[in-house]
Design a protein. Structure first.
Length: 250
């Protein structure tokens, strides 16, 4: 990954932060994009303290203009982007009949629109270079469904369709696109959906259905993402890699 130019959305925490950190560790120059600029700056500080190279773009990925500006600024600073990681996301709990129009729209705006906007913004540069790799964040729930979060599962399912379409369309240009589909990962996003005084109990109950008996760590997802972006995965495209401690076998 030495010399690669990476753009990571949702890089201010959790899996995004770990992915940005690991990409920089293996030699990539990383733009950390997050709507929370302070969180993104914290990630950059972590990267720089470890000797890596990173910069911040504060943007809401559901805003196509903001995405275009962020991608252009990243390319001006580091050169054409050849590694894109879409991790920015939100999570809400609600029964199907209780999902308001605006909640449905927001879920798709962040996950689906945001992923599309960033892919669209970086692809011209990748096409010109006839090289590039994209990893989009889906979810185990995209293929299994999820009670009380149908809008989340549906949005994550749409990301799989988008990813596979990009892989088919842009493969002739040397561009690869894959998705990862994590099960439960111990991130601030996951913890934010659980009342603080119930986290230990919910984590224990959730772990009961996972063959490995625990939630995953952000770094375990990040390692897979970095592998998919690397030359070691040069013949892998259009795939959905499940990272769930074996839960999907149940």
């Amino acid at each position: 990954m030495e010399g690669r130019v990476a753009f990571v959305t949702g890089g201010g925490s959790g899996m995004g932060r770990e992915t940005a950190r690991l990409l920089a560790e293996v030699g990539a120059r990383v733009t950390v994009c997050d709507r929370d600029g302070d969180a993104a700056r914290e990630t950059v500080e972590i990267v720089e303290e470890a000797g890596g190279t990173a910069r911040v773009e504060e943007a809401d990925v559901s805003d196509s203009g903001a995405v275009n500006r962020a991608v252009a600024a990243a390319a001006d600073a580091f050169g054409p982007i050849d590694a894109l990681v879409n991790i920015a996301g939100i999570y809400r709990i609600a029964a199907v009949e209780d999902i308001a129009d605006e909640d449905w729209a927001r879920m798709f705006a962040v996950h689906v629109d945001g992923t599309f906007y960033t892919c669209r913004a970086v692809l011209p540069g990748m096409i010109a270079a006839r090289s590039g790799a994209i990893v989009n964040m889906s979810s185990l729930h995209a293929v299994r469904g999820q009670a009380n979060a149908a809008h989340y599962a549906a949005a994550k399912g749409a990301i799989i369709g988008l990813t596979k379409s990009i892989a088919r369309e842009k493969g002739p240009f040397g561009i690869r696109a894959n998705a990862v589909a994590p099960g439960p990962i111990d991130t601030p996003l996951w913890r934010g959906a659980v009342p603080p005084d119930e986290i230990d109990a919910v984590m224990a109950k959730r772990s009961e259905v996972i063959p490995m008996g625990r939630l995953g760590a952000p770094a375990e997802v990040a390692q897979t993402i970095v592998h998919l972006l690397s030359p070691a995965a040069s013949y892998i495209t259009g795939q959905v890699v499940t990272i769930d401690g074996g839960e999907s076998m149940a």
